[in-house]
Design a protein around this ligand. Structure first.
Ligand SMILES: [Zn+2]
Length: 148
C-alpha cells in the first residue's frame, strides 16, 4: 500500500471483493456512456434533422444555440467525471485495478501506472540537471513532482 500526503491508495486484496468492485465500476461506466450517447444523439439531432437535412449552427436561434451548447457541455462534463473517477485509470483506462489518487491532477491512476510515474519521477530527481531548461522539461518536472 502506498501511503503519501495528498495521495490515497485504495487496495482490495480479496478476489471476491475485487470482482464486485470491478463489476460495479463497469456498471457505472456503462451508465455514464449510455447517458453520454443520449446527449450526443440529442445535440447531433440539432445538426442533422430527421429528414437527413444538415443544419448549420449559424441557422440556430439564440435559444436553440444555447440548448445545443448546454447539451455538448453536459456530455463533456460527464466524460470528465467518468475519466477522473475511481472507476478507471486516467492513464491506461483499465477498470479492474487498485487505484491511487493524485490530488494534483484530481484523478485516479492504477497502481501500475502510478508506480511507473513514480519511478520516472524518482529517476528524474536523481539526475536533476542544473541550468536552463525548456518549457517542456519544466512541465515534465512539475508533472513528476506530483508522484513523489
Ligand atoms: Zn493505469
Amino acid at each position: 500500500m502506498i501511503l503519501m500526503r495528498d495521495k490515497r491508495a485504495i487496495i482490495i486484496k480479496s478476489p471476491r471483493l475485487q470482482k464486485i468492485r470491478n463489476n460495479l465500476r463497469l456498471l457505472l461506466l456503462k451508465a455514464a456512456r449510455t447517458e453520454r450517447e443520449r446527449l450526443y444523439k440529442e445535440w447531433r439531432g440539432f445538426l442533422v434533422g430527421s429528414e437527413g437535412k444538415r443544419h448549420s449552427i449559424k441557422e440556430f436561434s439564440p435559444d436553440k444555440l444555447e440548448q445545443f451548447r448546454n447539451l455538448q457541455e453536459q456530455e463533456e462534463i460527464l466524460k470528465s467525471i467518468s475519466d477522473r473517477s475511481i472507476c478507471k485509470c486516467i492513464a491506461c483506462g483499465k477498470a479492474d485495478r487498485d487505484m491511487v489518487y493524485n490530488k494534483a491532477y484530481d484523478a485516479w491512476y492504477c497502481t501500475d501506472c502510478y508506480g511507473l510515474e513514480r519511478s520516472v519521477a524518482q529517476r528524474r530527481t536523481k539526475t536533476r540537471e542544473r541550468g536552463s531548461k525548456s518549457c517542456e522539461e519544466k512541465a515534465l518536472e512539475e508533472h513528476s513532482k506530483t508522484f513523489l
